[in-house]
Design a protein around this ligand. Structure first.
Ligand SMILES: Nc1nc2c(ncn2[C@@H]2O[C@H](COP(=O)(O)OP(=O)(O)OP(=O)(O)O)[C@@H](O)[C@H]2O)c(=O)[nH]1
Ligand SMILES: [Mg+2]
Length: 325
């Protein structure tokens, strides 16, 4: 680590639901770390996954953690928040931060996603540039790389799907970047992930245990459920509809969970409901399967016209548990 990870502002905001522009968010509670045996200092730090939309950041994070904390889809701009995931080792804690893909924005929503991603790079120990092995390294990737300073890590992912020559090309195309290490990996098979983790852990400096050892993510459960609903919808629709969808929790009284799905037009509302409510039914079933037994999910669809172009609404709608607070 190049910087002192114990300083107060090292930790990104403790809750990813807070306004990323607020700047005064509190770090996660710190738990005094058990010192590793023999008086060795506890090691900790943050690694932020950044890259173009769809590069494979969230898939990689889920693979590292062995559990789904960040939703995934084949549509760009799936991740809309900063999501933290914790990797613990004896005597060390490495906190990963997943971010929205950085892109050329065409809406207030897109601008907000970029801000969330670039803010997450402040005070981070190791930025990890995630590059898709199956999409040529281009100006979009270089734009992200230019924001990272020096000493970052390049991860070329999806190697299970790329030809060896494609992987070699990506490594060659990124070789002039001021990075410290390069790792070909697959977020699907896990190939290359242990080597990446060993490297990141080796770069940790002395620091506190930011999260208790049994805490895998900072994502609150209601937030996760809203995201799981959005993930199911992303899997079912193409073109512009995925960008028009926001989800929010309207009731959280286990086992009763109310989720509102927001779209931008009446025609989209019909599509999301489906013939005879079929789409909603399938979405509810698929989400319920990922929750503890007994969950009762009620889905409702509303229209919030043109919300992704209205900065005031974007701020509110991007916080799926806004109404619970
Ligand atoms: N075959 C293969 N597919 C992958 C791999 N990593 C990601 N994918 C697929 O690539 C698509 C995008 O993955 P995500 O993890 O959502 O990408 P992301 O970078 O988080 O995307 P945004 O959140 O939109 O920025 C999904 O369809 C994934 O299943 C991989 O290692 N191998
Ligand atoms: Mg993502």
């Amino acid at each position: 680590m190049t910087e002192d990870p114990t300083r107060e502002n090292t930790a990104p905001a403790g809750r990813m639901t807070e306004d990323p522009e607020a700047g005064d968010t509190a770090p996660p509670d710190r738990v005094t770390g058990d010192r590793a045996g023999g008086g060795t200092e506890f090691l900790s730090g943050f690694a932020t996954l950044v890259g173009r939309p769809n590069a494979g950041k969230s898939t990689l994070l889920n693979r590292i953690l062995g559990t789904k904390v960040s939703i995934v889809s084949d549509k760009p701009q799936t991740t809309r928040h900063r999501v933290m995931g914790v990797h613990n080792r004896p005597g060390a804690q490495l906190v990963f931060v997943d971010t929205p893909g950085i892109h050329k924005p065409v809406s207030a929503l897109g601008r907000r996603l970029n801000t969330t991603a670039t803010d997450a790079l402040d005070d981070i120990d190791v930025p990890v540039l995630v590059v898709d092995a199956t999409a040529p390294f281009g100006t979009g990737d270089r734009y992200v790389a230019d924001r990272l300073g020096q000493g970052f890590v390049v991860v070329v992912t999806k190697i299970d799907r790329a030809r060896p020559a494609q992987v070699a090309d990506q490594l060659a195309l990124t070789s002039d970047l001021p990075a410290e290490a390069w790792f070909p990996v697959s977020g699907v098979t896990g190939e290359g992930v242990p080597e990446l983790l060993d490297h990141l852990v080796s770069r940790l400096g002395p620091g506190p245990m930011y999260f208790p050892p049994d805490m895998v993510t900072d994502v609150p459960e209601p937030f996760r459920v809203a995201e799981l609903v959005r993930e199911q919808l992303l899997a079912r629709f193409r073109q512009e509809l995925p960008y028009s969808i926001a989800t929010r929790i309207t009731e959280w009284d286990w086992p009763r969970i109310g989720v509102e799905i927001l779209v931008e037009r009446d025609s989209q509302k019909g599509m999301v409901i489906g013939k005879g409510g079929l789409v909603l039914k399938e979405v509810g079933t698929a989400v319920r399967r990922q929750l503890p037994e007994g969950a009762h999910i009620e889905l409702r669809v509303s229209v919030e016209r043109n919300w992704q172009n209205r900065a005031d609404l974007v701020d509110r709608l991007l916080d799926p548990i806004h109404d619970l607070e």
